[in-house]
Structure formats: structure tokens, C-alpha cells
Design a protein. Structure first.
Length: 384
């Protein structure tokens, strides 16, 4: 795989997570049960979880729960169960996350201030993801004091920012998330990535491309350091899309990396978008044939997925690429071929869309006289 250069942030993330992975088997083999439990607790707290990506955390959680019960470490048991709820939330299993929170209440009894804050922040975040904003707002309102544990104390602020963002309170969300970012250390990998991605979205909404790019690229570096390759594909696409728009040649490196990763970690919904972004980069560089090739590849992917809308949009995009480079004959051939395919497949709506684009080429781009002459010349060349 062709890799983009590693940044210091990426290397720090990779080193930190590698240390966590190494510490667990060493403590399991050499430490006392109490020492091993402490190492397990740190690892399961700070090793990130990503949707649809394998993680050692599941095994660590089961192991830590059993050991904390054996050692009668109630505080650690609460930590394990709360972390399991967060893990399930990250995997979009909200019912299971809420069930685990309920199990905390029934299994632990009165929670410490830190665990109670964590419990309420997690409950609010699940409710936010379920679009239950009023209930989430009430839960956050009930958090009246923050614990000394720095990483737990920041969770209500992150939850508040998420609520503001989902409720489209963009200015308030920006202020909250910027404050949260200052408080989230790099070692809290999962939460820092979340905050960075949220800030990226906020500044996209505010049409501030430089700031959006900055935060999304930081998130990309951390995801890459964590080695969560499907997530890297998404972040490569997000960052490269901004770079294509600004003419940054680094876009090619990121898009190439993402496309190569798709061969090992297939992303059917993302690969066409990557090829479209690659096509836009090539077109901006004046390489229209390479751009057309990339769009054709995207069209093939959409055809395999039986995505008619995607397929037709690629035909239109190819036509537009030729029009931008004043190759009107190829633009017409592409659109006319699309009309023929639509007729054969009996897609009247598709046929009408493509004919509309042909009419635009004739009436708005070329002019009727020049267009008709071009078509007649093409017909003459086709005659034996």
C-alpha cells in the first residue's frame, strides 16, 4: 500500500496505543492480579473503538469484569461497565448501551461522583444519538458538579457540544467544542477524534474551509495512527476533497492511499466517491482523459450496485468534463450513448434527464447551428 507520510501526531498516537497493547500481555504474565487489573483498566479506557473494526477491548472488558469481581474492586467494576456502555454506543448499538447503563445502576449501587458524571454524560450522548434532545438536555442539566478526574470531567462538555450540533445550534457548538478540544489530551484518542471531527463538520457548515480542513486532517492523522483503516479511507476522502478544491497536489496521495485501502477493506459506498474526487483532481490538472477514466470506473461501480441514479450522474459528469474542455463531440457521444442505454433498459426518466443535458449542450453551450453541423458531420463519418 502506498502510504502518505507519517506526521508527529500520527506517530505519537501510534506509539501510545502500541504501548497499551504491549503492556497488557506483560502484566498478565508477570504482574500480580491487582497490577494486571490496573493495566487492563488503563488499556480498555484509552484504546479507541471504531464501528465495524476489530478491537481487543471486548476481551479486555470481560477479563477485567471477572477480575474486578474476584478482587472485589467495585470502583473498577463500575469503570468497566461504563466503558462497555460507551463501546456499544460507538458501535451504534444504543439499546445495548442503555441496557448496560441500567446494569450499572443495579449492580454497583451508589456511584462515586466521577462514575455518576460519566454515567449521566454517556446516557445523554446515547439519547442525543437517538434524537431525544429534550431528555438529553435534562440529563446534562442535572450534572451539577464535575469530578477531579480530568478526562471524565470533560465528557459533559463534549456531550453538550454534540447536543448543540445535532440541534443545529452551530455557533454555540463551535464555542463548546473549541473549549472541549483544549481540555482533551491526545491520550484520550477516541474522544479527541470525535471532537476534531465535530469541529470539522461545524466549520464545513460555516463555509470555513481552511479551519474545517485543519481539524479534519488532525482527526485523519490520529485515525491513521490508530490503524483503523476503514476510518482512514473516510478521512482521506474528507481531507482530499478540500485539497482538490484548493488545488493541493497532496490530494492525489491521499486518494491513492484510500483507493488502495479499498482493495483490502472494501467500502462500496465510498469507492465511487473516491474515484469521483480523483477525477476532479485530474480534471483540475488538465488531464481530461484520466479524469474520464476515473469517472468511468465510478460508473462501473454504481452499475454493479444497481444504483441507477449514481450511474446516470456519472454519465452526466463525463459529458460535463468534455464540455469543460470544449470537446463537444465526445460530450455528445457520451450523452447519446446514455440515451441509448436508457431506451434499452426502459428508463424513461433517465432518458429524459440525459436528453435535457443534450439540449443544454445544443442550445446553451454550442448554439443550434454549430451543434447540428457537428452531429451531421459525425453521422457522415459513420456512413460507409
Amino acid at each position: 500500500m502506498r502510504q502518505s507520510p507519517s506526521s508527529p501526531l500520527e506517530e505519537r498516537t501510534r506509539a501510545f496505543l502500541s504501548d497499551l497493547l504491549i503492556d497488557v500481555p506483560i502484566a498478565r504474565a508477570q504482574g500480580t492480579p491487582e497490577e494486571f487489573l490496573a493495566v487492563l483498566e488503563r488499556a480498555l479506557l484509552f484504546h479507541p473503538v471504531f464501528q465495524n473494526w476489530p478491537s481487543p477491548i471486548d476481551g479486555w472488558l470481560d477479563e477485567a469484569e471477572q477480575l474486578s469481581r474476584e478482587l472485589q474492586q467495585v470502583g473498577t467494576l463500575a469503570t468497566v461497565m461504563l466503558r462497555r456502555s460507551v463501546v456499544r454506543m460507538r458501535r451504534l448499538d444504543y439499546d445495548s448501551a442503555l441496557a448496560e447503563l441500567e446494569r450499572v445502576r443495579h449492580s454497583i449501587g451508589p456511584l462515586s461522583p466521577a462514575h455518576l458524571t460519566w454515567y449521566n454524560a454517556t446516557l445523554a450522548r446515547v439519547l442525543i444519538r437517538q434524537q431525544q434532545f429534550d431528555q438529553a438536555r435534562q440529563v446534562l442539566h442535572n450534572i451539577t458538579s464535575l469530578p477531579q478526574e480530568r478526562w471524565i470531567a470533560l465528557l459533559p462538555a463534549v456531550a453538550k457540544g454534540e447536543l448543540q450540533l445535532e440541534a443545529n445550534e452551530i455557533d454555540a457548538a463551535e464555542e463548546t467544542m473549541l473549549r472541549a478540544l483544549k481540555s482533551v489530551p491526545e491520550e484520550i484518542v477516541e474522544e479527541r477524534i470525535q471532537v476534531l471531527q465535530s469541529l470539522g463538520f461545524i466549520f464545513i457548515t460555516k463555509a470555513n474551509a481552511p479551519k474545517a480542513l485543519d481539524y479534519l486532517d488532525q482527526a485523519r492523522q490520529m485515525v491513521r495512527g490508530a490503524g483503523a483503516w476503514p476510518e482512514v479511507i473516510q478521512m482521506d476522502l474528507a481531507v482530499a476533497s478540500f485539497q482538490v478544491a484548493s488545488g493541493n497536489p497532496e490530494a492525489a496521495t491521499l486518494l491513492t492511499e484510500a483507493l488502495e485501502l479499498c482493495q483490502e477493506y472494501p467500502q462500496p459506498h465510498l469507492e465511487p466517491l473516491l474515484r469521483i474526487a480523483f477525477a476532479r483532481f485530474k480534471a483540475a490538472s488538465g488531464l481530461v482523459n484520466e479524469a474520464v477514466t476515473a469517472v468511468t470506473q465510478a460508473a462501473t461501480l454504481y452499475a454493479r450496485q444497481r444504483n441507477v441514479v449514481g450511474y446516470v450522474s456519472m454519465i452526466v459528469l463525463i459529458g460535463n468534463l468534455y464540455i469543460q474542455h470544449k470537446d463537444y463531440a465526445e460530450a455528445y457521444r457520451t450523452l447519446a450513448l446514455g440515451v441509448a442505454i436508457a431506451k434499452q433498459r426502459q428508463w424513461p426518466v433517465v432518458e429524459q434527464v440525459l436528453r435535457t443535458h443534450i439540449d443544454r449542450l445544443r442550445n446553451d453551450v454550442m448554439g443550434p447551428g454549430e451543434f447540428d453541423s457537428m452531429v451531421q458531420e459525425m453521422i457522415n463519418h459513420m456512413r460507409p
